[in-house]
Design a protein around this ligand. Structure first.
Ligand code: SF4
Ligand code: SF4
Ligand code: SF4
Length: 579
């Protein structure tokens, strides 16, 4: 252990601890900008400078390790002045158009400028100008707002193992760029959006679709139907100051109705269809010697990554569409016929925790009924913006239920939103279908939790099924390499592009670096989904009565001709770079 004092307070910490960690242990706050715990600890921006007695100059608290007997001052007048100079320099080369910035009100730089009472620019001079990259269907990059903290670069490299972006040039010309300075659309980016979650400012954002949705809501000739993914309900409340992991399903449905959507459906029901189709596909492959391991396909960031990096596993991928695409196809066919609505007049909006779903809806094979399955995807953040624009007092809203006839979902559909949830939901169905028995115990503890890779063996009446669950693309890469090298003998693989699954998707509320370091965000959001499952009266997808009715009246058998036409798709080998 090492003993030191910070601002006169004694503290004992383990050797190897940084000054920043030691200070946080005794509730002394040191500002940070480039620091992202375990991901980007590079001491680059120097906003965290502190004085260490007996040492010349300033120490950088996020990387400087503690030493026995150290005396640290984090808030001396000299430290405050040094931080102010750092901040002035960053802001002098920054597009300061906060009023029109998506991060206005949730920006780590803006917050510091407010705290340091920056009211004029000390170092006005030349500024870099960058073209905005908005060519992709999912992400907009505006490097006029970039502060070169590299949080996005480390996230893309270390967590996702993609390396789509990096720091180029030197000195004043430094910037974050892609291979050949191409648009994200034309390089190996997967549109996972994890870089957006990492960015402290408004340099990276999702492509906004709210204006298009408002336009459709104003159009009286259009039937605007919205569906919401499982992970949205356990994160949306955060945008309104509610505790992380609060389930706001009822308020969310009320808000959507107040915004003017004609029908509010639950993508969890779509997830039940995915489970039944995927479970059926797995059983067919298992019984008939089909391509194994079967790999899940509901995470479009993962699918795009696989198409670019591991096209040889395309035959292993389940042909199932993701839940919102399946549900969109059913809305434009089954529901349209049932309600006698011309499908060309229906506009389906998916509220998703995911950025890549904006890309997914534009893929070939997503027009099963001759119309786009889904017409617009908005993220959890975009929905929050719409609710704020409408001045709806979200926190005090009464609860409402999803609309019939497609609103009823199971607990299995709910856990789809967390890592391991798709596998657990699928196993609940597969186990019963394979053995013909009814199971009371539905929890598969081995594949719960937030580890990046979880392996398990599941005994199904003498048939052993080996499964693996991976979240985060770097972990996906590990599993793919195992499969390629022939070392793996899995039968079923679940992969989610985002670390922790959809609850941590690139479209979810953005938390600060400090919150990410101090709060178990993944755990809280995941617990909320497991709690929805526990409280559900029906917890197996194949027992969903809405789903059973739609198969009976319309789709026929799982995996049958019509189900295939509407609920399945195909994949292509994709070049990483467009020239
Ligand atoms: S990134 Fe932050 S400081 Fe910069 S314009 Fe946007 S809100 Fe303002
Ligand atoms: S969206 Fe994902 S893959 Fe693309 S640059 Fe960002 S982190 Fe990298
Ligand atoms: S884009 Fe955002 S995260 Fe990336 S370096 Fe710039 S400010 Fe930092």
């Amino acid at each position: 252990m090492v003993h030191l004092t910070i601002n006169g307070k004694p503290v004992e910490v383990e050797e190897g601890t940084t000054i920043l960690q030691a200070a946080r242990k005794i509730n002394i706050d040191i500002p940070t900008l480039c620091f992202l715990k375990d991901i980007n600890e590079i001491g680059d921006c120097r906003i965290c400078v502190v004085e260490v007695e007996g040492k010349r100059g300033f120490a950088t608290a996020c990387i400087q390790k503690v030493e026995e007997g150290m005396v640290v001052k984090t808030n001396s007048p000299a430290v405050i002045e040094a931080r102010r100079v750092v901040l002035d320099l960053i802001i002098s080369n920054h597009d300061r158009e906060c009023l029109t910035c998506t991060r206005n009100g949730n920006c780590e730089l803006q917050k510091l400028a407010e705290e340091f009472n920056i009211t004029q620019i000390e170092y006005a001079g030349s500024r870099n100008r960058h073209e905005i990259d908005d060519l992709s269907p999912a992400i907009v990059r505006d490097f006029n707002k970039c502060i070169l903290c590299r949080r996005c670069v480390s996230t893309c490299n270390k967590i996702q193992g993609v390396g789509a972006i990096d720091c180029t040039e030197r000195g004043f010309d430094s910037c974050i760029s892609t291979y050949g300075n191409k648009s994200l659309n034309d390089v190996n980016c997967t549109f996972c959006g994890q870089c957006i979650e990492a960015c402290p400012v408004g340099a990276l954002k999702e492509k906004d679709s709210t204006n298009e949705v408002w336009r459709k809501l104003r159009d009286e000739d259009t039937v605007v139907i919205v569906q919401t993914a499982p992970a949205v309900r356990v994160a949306l409340g955060e945008e309104f100051g509610m505790e992380i992991g609060t389930n706001v399903k009822g308020k969310m449905v009320t808000a959507l109705k107040r915004l003017g959507f004609d029908k509010v459906f639950d993508t969890n029901t779509g997830a039940d269809f995915t489970i039944v189709e995927e479970g059926n596909e797995f059983l067919e492959r298992l019984k008939n010697g089909g391509k194994l391991p079967m790999i899940t396909s509901c995470s479009p960031g993962w699918v795009r990554y696989m198409e670019m990096n591991y096209p040889e596993v395309i035959p292993n991928l389940s042909t199932c569409k993701s839940p919102h695409q399946m549900f969109g196809a059913l809305i434009k066919t089954y529901y349209a016929e049932k309600e006698n609505i011309d499908p060309s007049k229906i506009f389906v909006v998916s509220v998703m925790p995911c950025i890549a779903k904006k890309f997914e809806r534009t893929r070939d094979g997503m027009k099963s009924a001759g119309y786009d399955d889904v017409d617009a995807v908005i993220t959890t953040r975009e929905l929050a913006r719409m609710i704020k624009q409408a001045h709806i007092d979200f926190v005090n809203l009464e609860d409402s239920e999803f609309d019939a006839p497609m609103g009823e979902a199971t607990g299995a559909g709910a856990i789809f939103g967390t890592t391991g949830g798709v596998m657990e939901a699928a196993l609940r169905t597969v186990q019963e279908k394979l053995t013909g028995n009814h199971f009371e115990k539905l929890e598969y503890e081995q594949i719960r939790g937030m580890e990046g890779i979880k392996r398990a063996k599941v005994d199904m009446n003498g048939t052993e099924v080996k499964v693996v669950v991976a979240s985060g693309l770097k972990n996906a890469q590990t599993i793919m390499e195992e499969i390629k090298s022939g070392k793996a003998d899995y039968q079923f693989v679940e992969i989610m592009a985002c670390p922790g699954g959809c609850i941590m998707g690139g479209g979810q509320p953005i938390r600060t670096s400090k919150e990410r370091a101090n709060i178990d965000i993944k755990g809280k959001r995941a617990s909320a989904l497991y709690s929805i499952d526990e409280k559900s009266t029906i917890r197996k997808s194949h027992e969903n009565p809405v789903l059973q009715k739609i198969y009976k009246e319309y789709l026929g058998e799982p995996g049958g001709h019509r189900a295939h036409e509407l609920l399945h798709t195909s994949y292509v080998k994709r070049d990483k770079y467009k020239f």
